[in-house]
Ligand binder design. Structure first.
Ligand code: CIR
Length: 253
């Protein structure tokens, strides 16, 4: 169970966030409204939410998930692979320190963005991507093992982050899309195939029995509901325009 979440209000510079999508420029006012509804959804799942102020120096800083990994035993501040995001770690650290006695750090030349990390119980899958390198993944595995947790690497080539294409819904249920459907390491799970036209919805998030899903992906929603989960749709269209998904918008612990 999770009890807390950390989010950061989107900044006006959000419109300059890194993107590979061709969905247009985010509407800032709409993004603020959507972010506020996202916070409501987290609260509905029973989380106490810490809301950090917008930081206009960092267009992507609302995607707090990438700058820290919060485990039940320790927190690990990452070193983002995107050069414009590396200093986001400085402003998240004091907040992480408030909640954890043990805070570890990924050091250069290692890079890790925690959107590349998927937790399944005590095990953490770490995607090797354009943002997370082997050195960073090795450091992450060593730190996890230091705290009696385990990690393993997964290669990926089609998407930004590991969790862009995967969402673990607990109870052995794993949402997967594209290249992840055929990866040997995931065949042990009950794979729920997200249709390629709904690829964005693979990044749905289990929180205390409820699954948050992005609004507008009916096939994936039906797939999740058929398993008996309570669901809550959140419209995050403005974040999708800069490659951000539901999980990226919060640290949950
Ligand atoms: C970026 O490219 O870094 C942001 N525009 C999107 C980050 C999304 N984060 C995530 O998937 N965990």
């Amino acid at each position: 169970m999770f009890t807390k979440a950390i989010v950061r209000t989107p900044s006006q510079s959000l419109v300059k966030g890194i993107t590979t999508a061709s969905l247009g420029i985010p509407d800032y006012e709409k993004a603020l409204l959507q972010h506020s509804d996202y916070i409501s959804a987290l609260k509905e799942c029973g989380l106490e939410v810490t809301v950090l102020p917008a930081d206009d120096n960092f267009p992507d800083s609302t995607f707090v998930e990438d700058v820290a990994l919060m485990t039940p035993r320790c927190a690990i501040i990452t070193n983002p692979g995107a050069p414009t995001r590396q200093l986001e770690t400085i402003s998240i650290r004091p907040t992480v320190n408030q909640f954890y006695n043990t805070v570890e750090t990924i050091e250069p030349p290692g890079t890790v963005e925690a959107g590349d990390i998927m937790m399944v119980g005590d095990h953490y899958y770490i995607g090797l991507s354009e943002r997370t390198n082997q050195n960073g993944a090795d450091q992450m595995i060593n730190l996890l093992e230091k705290h009696q947790l385990t990690g393993s690497v997964v290669t990926l080539s089609e998407v930004l982050h590991l969790k862009t294409g995967l969402g673990y819904l607990e109870n052995n249920h794993l949402l997967a899309c594209g290249e992840f459907l055929s990866k040997p390491e995931f065949q042990q799970y009950h794979l729920l195939e997200v249709p390629i036209e709904e690829a964005y919805a693979a990044n749905s998030v289990w929180i205390n029995g409820t699954v948050l899903t992005p609004k507008g992906f009916p096939k994936t929603l039906a797939l999740i509901q058929a398993l008996g989960y309570k669901t809550r749709e959140v419209d995050v269209s403005e974040f999708q325009k800069i490659d951000g998904g539901l999980s990226c918008l919060s640290l949950r612990f």
